[in-house]
Design a protein around this ligand. Structure first.
Ligand code: ATP
Ligand code: MG
Length: 563
């Protein structure tokens, strides 16, 4: 545990300190990527508790993914020690779930209500046809709720019962929201119900990283904040601590044409004339692009050629301590379907990979089957981790032969699903009910293990909020980023959102960033000629180093972290 008090704020710069130590009342922190938003938020909570006597149990910190919530909890533990346990940290869905659990009866739910699984939802949908009301009715008859209900039901309850509103406002007198640019209508309404107009709501985010409008998020709530919350204080952070100067310059130019922030500024805290430029690779094909990624990782991490390629096993001694390791590397892409060719190329070279998307965990084949088995398999005892392992063994055997199950899965699906669930199971410990809840509500990226000695393969959506020393952004092609169906004409708003996604990708990189595009790619059932994304045109060519077809030169000291 670190020293509390002013020492706490010593680790922040002047503007971050202003934000962290601002008095109560509505507070909006608008700041670009890597400016320490998440860091400032955790320090603010720690400061309020240590210096202003705020009780940790009066604090509610909301994030958008389970993974971000865990990261926040981890940072709070490090700053505050044991008392951090009393802070409620969760996603909007988990907050909704808490409220619903505490008021299930008034919400009209029976004693055994739970979240519906895929099969149950599909059955209700089919029976209801297009009639939504009927769908909800059918779920309720079985005492089931779906994920949307976890937000809409608490909002409806709070709207109807002023005493309930008072109760929660008393419990959570301090509310904090990270990645605020991604709130949607119902989440915003929940925030408004939970905090009075002059309440202690601290919202923190970056409108230029708003990437969820397809799910109903509305960046307009950023602009509405000052209208709905009286005397809101606004703080901007402009120093970027994450990326090298060339990477930051490229990112700033990339977003400039459609920035949503008036008078936007982003200054590099890390200035080093030796910082490498942004690598740009013109690949002939998708296979060539994947080879480029493998070759460059070999150069940076080293030792791939000395690994046993036949067995696919990696000799961990090949990674010298103190230099880059596989976990420092991320390969980012627009759509999940781009991952396979990179996974194959890396696996052939014996590089361990960890692939995650932002899709729901339960949408991955096999996950639901394992979850269902864990519900039902009363005979098995032990921690969720032990149960997952055992269940996977049983299921893999079952699916090795054709079955009469509606879903015929391959044993590989079961193993991939089990691999995805294991880190989650380990982190959760012994609470099976919570584990099943996580499966029902979580995203694949929640199961990302940052300590795993593996290259991270992530969709751009899943990479939000994360940072890596080395980032490859592959498939920077027109039609793919911005994503577009053949013949479809995207609106300006849609293209702007794709540009923000590109911006999110570029700004994940700390020391080295590579962008690449292939001249040909198989898409929509046919091989197509591809052109580089027009988003690249906004970036000064002087910021790029064109990577040759030959193996790029090895950095002299290999201590890339120091660059
Ligand atoms: P994003 O928009 O991508 O979510 P962010 O604004 O939340 O980014 P953080 O993840 O909090 O940024 O910080 C980015 C990096 O900069 C982290 O590695 C963090 O530790 C570092 N950092 C932030 N502020 C400081 C500071 N004052 N001094 C040193 N390092 C800092
Ligand atoms: Mg952040």
């Amino acid at each position: 545990m670190e020293e509390v008090g002013t020492g706490l704020l010593d680790r922040l710069d002047a503007m971050q300190r202003v934000a962290a130590s601002a008095p109560g009342g509505p507070l909006l922190i608008v700041a670009g990527p890597g400016t320490g938003k998440t860091r400032t938020l955790t320090h603010r909570i720690a400061y309020l508790c240590a210096e202003l006597g705020v009780f940790p149990e009066r604090c509610l910190a909301i994030t958008f993914t389970r993974r971000a919530a865990e990261e926040m909890r981890h940072r709070l533990d490090a700053l505050m020690g044991d008392v951090a346990e009393d802070i409620t940290v969760g996603t909007f869905h988990s907050v909704g779930l808490t409220i619903l659990k505490e008021n299930a009866k008034s919400a009209g739910l029976g004693a055994n209500w739970r979240i519906a699984d895929d099969a149950e939802r599909a059955a209700a949908r089919e029976q209801a046809g297009d009639d939504d009301l009927a769908y909800t009715k059918l779920l309720r008859q079985q005492d089931l709720v779906d994920l949307d209900d976890l937000l809409t039901m608490p909002v409806a309850l709070l709207r109807d019962e002023p005493e309930l509103v008072e109760r929660y406002r008393k419990r959570w007198q301090w509310v904090f929201v990270d990645e605020y640019q991604d709130v949607d209508d119902v989440q915003y309404e929940l925030l408004r119900l939970l905090t009075p107009a002059n309440g202690n709501l601290c919202a923190i985010g970056d409108p230029d990283q708003a990437i969820y409008s397809f799910r109903g998020a509305d960046v307009g709530y950023f602009l509405r904040f000052s209208r709905d919350f009286t005397d809101a204080r606004l703080v901007r952070l402009t120093r970027n601590y994450r990326s090298s100067a060339p990477i930051l310059a490229a990112a700033v130019q990339a977003i400039a044409p459609t920035t949503l922030v008036n008078g936007r500024r982003l200054d590099p805290a890390r200035v080093n004339p030796e910082s490498p430029l942004v690598g740009r690779y013109f690949a002939a094909s998708v296979a060539d692009e994947a080879d480029f990624v493998v070759r460059t990782i070999d150069e940076l991490v080293g030792g791939l050629s000395h690994r046993s390629l036949d067995s696919g096993r990696v000799d961990s001694r090949a990674v010298a301590p103190g230099t880059l390791s596989f976990s420092d590397v991320a390969v980012l892409y627009r759509t999940d379907s781009q991952a396979q060719v990179v996974v194959d190329a890396l696996s052939r070279a014996g590089v361990p990979v960890q692939k995650r998307s932002h899709n729901r965990l339960r949408d991955r084949p096999g996950v639901q089957v394992i979850a269902r088995e864990l519900r039902h398999a009363d005979g098995i005892s032990g921690s969720p981790a032990a149960r997952v392992k055992l269940t996977a063994q049983v299921l893999a055997q079952r699916y090795a032969a054709p079955t009469l199950d509606a879903e015929q899965l391959a044993p590989e699906d079961i193993w991939t699903a089990a691999e995805l669930l294991m880190p989650l199971a380990h982190r959760i410990g012994t609470d099976l009910t919570r584990f099943l809840q996580e499966i029902a509500t979580g995203a694949e990226v929640d199961a990302l293990d940052r300590r795993a000695e593996a290259v991270n393969l992530l969709t751009l959506h899943a990479a939000k909020g994360l940072e890596f020393p080395v980032v490859f952004l592959v498939g920077c092609e027109d039609g793919l980023l911005p994503l577009r169906w053949p013949g479809a004409k995207p609106t300006d708003d849609e293209t702007a959102e794709e540009r923000r996604l590109f911006f999110v990708g570029l700004t994940r990189a700390q020391d080295r960033l590579y962008v690449s595009h292939a001249a040909r790619r198989f898409r929509h059932g046919t091989e197509r000629e591809q052109s580089p994304t027009p988003f690249l045109d906004a970036i000064d060519v002087g910021l790029f180093e064109r990577m040759g077809d030959k193996v790029p030169s090895r950095p002299k000291d290999r201590q890339l972290r120091l660059l």
